[in-house]
Design a protein around this ligand. Structure first.
Ligand SMILES: C[S@@+](CC[C@H](N)C(=O)[O-])C[C@H]1O[C@@H](n2cnc3c(N)ncnc32)[C@H](O)[C@@H]1O
Length: 308
């Protein structure tokens, strides 16, 4: 267990205290002092306990695609990646940018399964990238720390961009779509898995729960998009041939069941420390309830930059 000290705002999203205190302007700034950026908070959230992950869940951090009969987390995680990659026709000719690549497990899987010409993995969390680099087996797979909303690559550098589950944190999702469109070559494809807002909240309690969950999980408010808004954001960023497939029922219950297993809970507490481990469980439980209420869903995305 770590002895890391946390302020509430380190652990929770910036919006959490804002929502409760609701002071504005200079008074709020004076009370709260200089604050870490959204990106610094996200990185801190994901950095807790990374050095203790070992081979837990083969270092996958996604919810997985739980096809009927699947009961093993790593199989679900890889089924999700395989599905997204197949949807955008990843092949041995592809030059892939993998945004929010986490600890690189998905890139090793993609190399085994699709043998793309090259993969550039990018993630905000330096500790994730350090592990990805240490475990990398391929000379044509490279990694760097970076922000999905300010991609350090020239225009048209990639045939494909993938983003498995990081997008919900990006500040903002729409900025990332514009960046993904910029770094794709004409005809290039974006493939992703992401969360969406199933419907607007109907009651003050739903509104609060949604806001709390978003703040605790570092989701910018602008990213609470319905499927229609999601499509509009992609098309507004220049993408065509947009396909959005809602797969919530094959993702969220399977992940929730896995995370609630006593053995998994114990391991997660040992890895993440008590505070973040507990917080993560509260977020998981809350998100499951929001899913059951039809407020939160999960979708697969594919879209294309128009060929010239
Ligand atoms: C839920 S994890 C998914 C990781 C990986 N795709 C997987 O499936 O195991 C989300 C990842 O998004 C990364 N992330 C969050 N915000 C980011 C940003 N602005 N730019 C790049 N990566 C970001 C986090 O560091 C984390 O590794």
């Amino acid at each position: 267990m770590g002895t890391i000290r946390h302020s509430p705002q380190d652990i929770l999203g910036a919006g959490f205290l804002e929502d409760r205190q609701a002071p504005s302007g200079r008074r709020r700034a004076a009370r709260q002092g200089p604050r870490a950026s959204h990106e610094a908070r996200v990185e801190r959230f994901y950095s807790h306990g990374v050095e203790r992950y070992g081979s837990f869940h083969d270092n996958y951090l996604n919810f997985g695609l739980w096809e009927p009969g699947c009961a093993i987390f790593v199989e679900a995680a890889e089924a999700l990646i395989e599905r997204v990659a197949a949807t955008i026709a990843l092949s041995s000719a592809s030059v892939l940018l993998d945004v929010a690549c986490g600890m690189g497990s998905q890139d090793r899987f993609l190399m085994r399964r699709f043998s793309p010409r090259a993969i550039e993995g990018l993630d905000l969390t330096a500790k994730h990238i350090a592990i990805a680099q240490r475990r990398n087996l391929y000379p044509n797979v490279t990694y760097r720390v970076g922000d999905a909303c300010a991609l350090p690559f020239p225009d048209g550098a990639f045939t494909h961009v993938m983003a498995i589950e990081g997008i919900v944190h990006f500040n903002t999702r729409e900025r990332f779509f514009r960046e993904a469109h910029r770094v794709l070559a004409p005809g290039g494809r974006l493939g992703a898995s992401d969360f969406f807002l199933g419907r607007p909240p109907r009651t003050a309690i739903e509104e609060r729960l949604l806001r709390w969950c978003s703040a605790a999980w570092h989701v910018p408010r602008e990213n609470a998009s319905t499927v229609e808004a999601y499509r509009a954001a992609l098309e507004g960023s220049g993408f065509a041939d947009v396909h959005l497939e809602v797969v919530s029922d094959r993702v969220i219950p399977g992940y929730y069941a896995e995370q609630m297993r006593p053995e998994i809970r114990r391991q997660l507490y040992a890895i993440r420390g008590w505070i973040i481990g507990r917080l993560s469980h509260v977020i998981d439980a809350l998100m499951y309830r929001l899913y059951r209420a039809g407020l939160v869903g999960y979708l697969l995305v594919s879209a294309q930059k128009a060929p010239e």
